[in-house]
Design a protein around this ligand. Structure first.
Ligand code: FE
Length: 427
């Protein structure tokens, strides 16, 4: 079964990545940053985790206010470095761990955390600034990550208490994963800092010290604090500390403190901690119960013929195909598809079996393969096929025969003016 080896807590200030990219290891001003990470790197070398579970927050780079979620779990196969304005940093993409991420997602949802899930999005300095000093990426990243993005920029934001509960559920999720994996938690986020308004530049090193002390020895005390308490003591943007609390809740009540550092070069302290987990492994019986609960809602679905629930596995395995078809809502992609589908297939790197099914309008083939119905109806709208023709194809029937099974014999689709008449006339 999977085991949590411990937690690395670290700031994720852009200064860390900046110092690394500028090779400032020997520069007196920047050196303390690198020194802070040396014992952590040594701990990682010793523990040899198989995967890092990272709690972080995005800084309106990949997640914006058009759709902002509090708890967003990365389920994807790979994460590239985001462009935060001056082009992405020169780091390779890092692999995800879709199987463990899926297990965690199912467990959390079953335990009443209504999660959001993401893939295909790059990650910003919230993840990559500490990662670039924790791991050597010169020959590619040595291990995969599972990112948990927390929306802490637009209030309301989850309370400290809720973050604690999430961490506890995450612990159960990871410990009930059947494979023998060693998981290290990396929680990122700044301690005291404020980067907006006339109070910008506010720091409180005494509170930062106290916070780290409480995080280690009495984290429950921290769950009683409000966001206003955090702001008063640590500045408004110190709400990022709730991500440290999520990580702490994933460990045993009593932990072994192996490392702590604090250096305040500019707006936010570079603070780091390593807490080793002292937890007793979950019993096989408890793990089995947890897995059964996670699978409860869809248990028995495989007995329904002709039914393919669109779950996280299907979503990740067919992300490119679904995105190709979904992007038909973008006029330029749609025009390119209609003008020269073969070039577009090539550009997207679609495998031959998927190309063949799209060419043949093999609706049931695409659906069984992993395309969700709601992207198929977009393709149908683009090529002027009515929705009932898709259902007819699903059922192995001609359109007229399928329409006879309905109360009225109408044809329709989701397309607008471009194909409306064609769809209505199809009989
Ligand atoms: Fe931040």
């Amino acid at each position: 079964m999977a085991r949590i080896v411990g937690m690395i807590a670290t700031s994720h200030t852009p200064t860390i990545g900046f110092a690394f990219d500028g090779s400032k290891q020997e520069d007196a001003v920047w050196k303390p940053i690198f020194q802070a990470y040396e014992p952590i790197r040594a701990w990682l070398d010793e523990k040899k985790p198989d995967v890092l579970f990272m709690t972080y927050n995005d800084h309106v780079t990949s997640f914006f206010f058009d759709h902002y979620s509090p708890f967003v779990l990365g389920i994807g196969e790979e994460y590239a470095v985001a462009d935060e304005g001056g082009g992405p940093r020169n780091l390779p993409p890092i692999k995800g761990h879709p199987a463990l991420a899926r297990h965690i997602g199912e467990h959390l949802m079953a335990n009443e955390f209504d999660m959001s899930f993401f893939q295909g999005k790059p990650l910003d300095h919230g993840c990559f600034s500490p990662l670039s000093v924790l791991l050597d990426a010169s020959k590619g990243w040595p291990l995969p990550i599972i990112p948990l993005q927390m929306g802490v920029l637009q209030f309301p934001v989850p309370s400290a208490k809720r973050c604690w509960a999430l961490g506890q559920a995450l612990r159960d999720a990871i410990e009930s994963y059947p494979e023998d994996l060693k998981v290290a938690i990396v929680t990122t986020g700044g301690l005291s800092h404020q980067v907006h308004g006339e109070r910008s530049g506010f720091n409180n090193p005494a509170w930062d010290e106290r916070f780290m002390e409480l995080l280690e020895k009495d984290p429950i005390a921290l769950t009683r604090m409000t966001h206003a308490d955090h702001a008063r003591l640590g500045g408004m943007e110190s709400s990022e500390i709730i991500m440290w609390l999520v990580g702490r809740a994933m460990l045993s009540a009593s932990v072994k403190s192996l490392h702590r550092s604090y250096y305040l070069p500019s707006m936010t302290a570079i603070a780091t901690m390593v807490l080793e987990n002292q937890a007793e492994p979950m019993s096989d019986r408890e793990a089995e119960k947890a897995r059964a609960r996670a699978g409860e809602q869809l248990a028995g679905i495989e007995d329904l013929p002709g039914t393919y629930p669109f779950d996280l596995k299907r979503s990740v395995e067919n992300y490119r195909l679904n995105k190709f078809l979904h992007d038909l809502v973008i006029p330029a992609h749609r025009q390119a598809f209609l003008a020269d589908p073969e070039s577009l297939f090539e550009q997207w790197g679609l495998p031959e079996n998927e190309r063949a099914m799209i060419r043949a309008r093999d609706w049931i083939g695409l659906n069984r393969h992993g395309a969700i119905f709601f992207v198929l109806e977009k393709l149908a709208a683009v090529v002027g096929t009515p929705n009932p023709a898709i259902y007819a194809n699903f059922n192995g029937m001609g359109l007229d025969d399928f329409l006879k099974t309905r109360n009225t014999q109408v044809t329709y689709g989701v397309g607008g003016a471009e194909t409306h008449d064609k769809v209505e006339a199809a009989r």
